[in-house]
Design a protein around this ligand. Sequence first.
Ligand code: CDP
Ligand code: MG
Length: 835
Amino acid sequence: PVGLQREVNLRVRLHLSERSIAGGSLLNKFAGLSLGGDINAEGGLNERKEPPIRNSIILEKIHHRRSLQLREKQQEWQESPEGQKMLEFRRSLPAYKERDALLKAIAENQVVVVSGETGCGKTTQLPQYILESEIEAARGATCSIICTQPRKISAISVSERVAAERGENPGESVGYKVRLEGIKGRDTRLLFCTTGILLRRLLVDRDLNGVSHVIVDEIHERGMNEDFLLIVLKDLLPRRPDLRLILMSATLNAELFSNYFSGAPTFHIPGFTYPVRAHFLEDVLQITGYRLTAYNQIDDYGQDKAWKMQKQAAMKKRKTQITSSVEDALEAADFSGYSPRVQESLSCWNPDPIGFNLIERVLHHIVTKERPGAVLVFMTGWDDINSLKDQLQSDPVLGDPSRVLLLACHGSMASSEQRLIFDKPEDGVRKIVLATNMAETSITINDGVFVVDCGKAKETSYDALNNTPCLLPSWISKASARQRRGRAGRVQPGECYHLYPRCVYDSFSNYQMPELLRTPLQSLCLQVKSLQLGSIKNFLFQALEPPEKLSVENAIGYLKIIGALDENENLTVLGRHLSMLPVEPKLGKMLIYGAIFNCLDPIMTVVAGLSVRDPFLMPFDKKDLAESAKAQFARNGYSDHLAIVRAYEGWREAETHMQGHEYCWRNFLSIQTMRGIDSLRKQFYSLLKDTGLVNYPDDNASSWAHDEHLVRAVICAGLFPGVCSVVNKEKSITLKTMEDGQVLLYSNSVNAAAPKIPYPWLVFNEKVKVNSVFLRDSTGISDSALLLFGADISTGGLDGHLKMLGGYLEFFMQPSLSETYLTIRRELGELVQAK
Ligand code: CDP
Ligand code: MG
């Protein structure tokens, strides 16, 4: 342990000095989140202090004069020729017919719920109706309307659009405010901002003084921030009886929201769409000319025929069973008519080159054979949009600018780029927009006739407080699929190509689960804390659909054990770091330690491996071969996690010789999973770079990657308290955890077959209770690793030890590390002696 201690000491000291030299970038970054001052500057808008009485009369006069000026200006614009033209367009929108009724309802009720088809004019018109009517009533100088958007990009583009409809530039009566950016002037009375910005403002201005209307848009998406915001607003309404709250949503679920706000009136804006024909994968493959070959005839991977027959029979059998999830449905689907390469892309949709090829073919078909009309392609995130765009640009037809206008639409694009999406292309040029799910409801492409839907999404939480995207794509809901399809029927009957089989669609859930219930509870609790929303339990239990009480308590307990929360449920430094990483806390902790201890390369692979499906395939008739392939990767390392690292490194090496495919087949590895790990690793790296935990460009984050002891210790840091003791007996091994007593290993684990495990402890990722408790994915670690990176459980001194480790974590911020460190050394000595 002495070598390890020295390394701990050195690393932390080095880390601290780097931070202070670099102007304390890390410190500033995190301090910014907790200090009122910064938040005020970010979220602050229209702050005003109560003026003394004699001033207030003067102020009233000024306001009145200003209001009259604003009214005059508005009238002037509306009477101008351009203003008339704009009004004409605005009056053609379905929302216009409801204008007066809406304004009346808002005047008479504190809360109103409004729903209507996408494109009917909720976002651009309703806030504007309120603004116009306030200005008409000569209250222009005193009203203050805030409209929240779930995404930064829509806040910006909507404010630009509304300003243009009013013959202005952003920053006059209409402005926006998003993270790190905003335009707002003295006269700005309608502000579009992200939900996160309003939440931050509420931290410093609990009563929203001076605000007259709050409009929360796109509530049907049920993002975490929107659900959080509704809890806070519900609490605020009784204190501000003059404040008006308007909730807007695309699809109908108005009852839920109306009930939450004790029966607030609901309002529906009727709309009209043309019918859209749905093509599922089965049809798409035929339309695009994929050859239907008998499964037995094509043999890409040199597997024998008997194996295939067996597999086919098994697939048929499964098909008759009731499917419970999309994954099951996919496995049960009979893809036996297609070649293995197509099958691979179907059975596990991934935005990989095979999936891209399918999209390319569909687009080819539309561009060369179909009637005119824009195409909207739904992808999962900006990274695959960019790769697909690159691929399409080198296509002779799709990359020809005289035939195709290729555009991207995602949360992190420039807003100038976004404007092109609304423009009509020149005659004979077809517009193709590659979009994330933000084009489902928040952006309307007016001339869309064709939709291509990949069936997955991952950008739901894009503009969450810390601006961290979610990392893995997941299947969409039936409601989303319908919504995507509907985008093709705005101007005439349309076509929609769903790139998944019908049976997969049938297994989608009806609605997307709210993000609050989808987010792992531990991460959710960290978010409540990082937003300073008070007691975790009190806050969450007031939600529209609250999580289970016991689960919340367990999550809080866990966060205390791993040192993310202190005894009083406040975020620790580690906790604050963890709340910025969109992975489970234990994986985040592993990444943070991996970064600090310069062994990030293998640790990123471990974390990615734990986030995706098991990369080791176990075909039922080749189990022996597959197991020995896995054992080879384990190389007596007594670690499933290190086996993944070696398998991945082997694949990466093979890929450089273009032999990745063959390597996977030979070693019973899933190539999809290998690609998934690769893509996650890249995402982890850029996240860690953003949070300042790895130094770019002079990065040596992996200089200790080959020190296996250190890597094990870092794995232990993440997985603790998932630890069991190992006692080797004559013929068997006894494993025990503190809570369960004796436990067993899953047969897949490389440690399951070992006659002896030469480590006193195993840390594990997960335990499952069947009849006995089984551990999944484990790694052998030494005493010193457990003492320094986890906590001691053999002597019962858990509490003290944890406090000590908590103190150690404070090193990140405190120069007094030596004192704490000496304590660790002393206690470590005592513990070792006692053992
Ligand atoms: O919010 P909702 O989906 O109900 O509609 P909206 O975003 O207010 O859009 C109303 C109309 O304005 C649509 O027909 C859009 O195409 C159009 N619009 C536009 O031309 N340019 C924008 N930047 C935004 C909307
Ligand atoms: Mg909208």
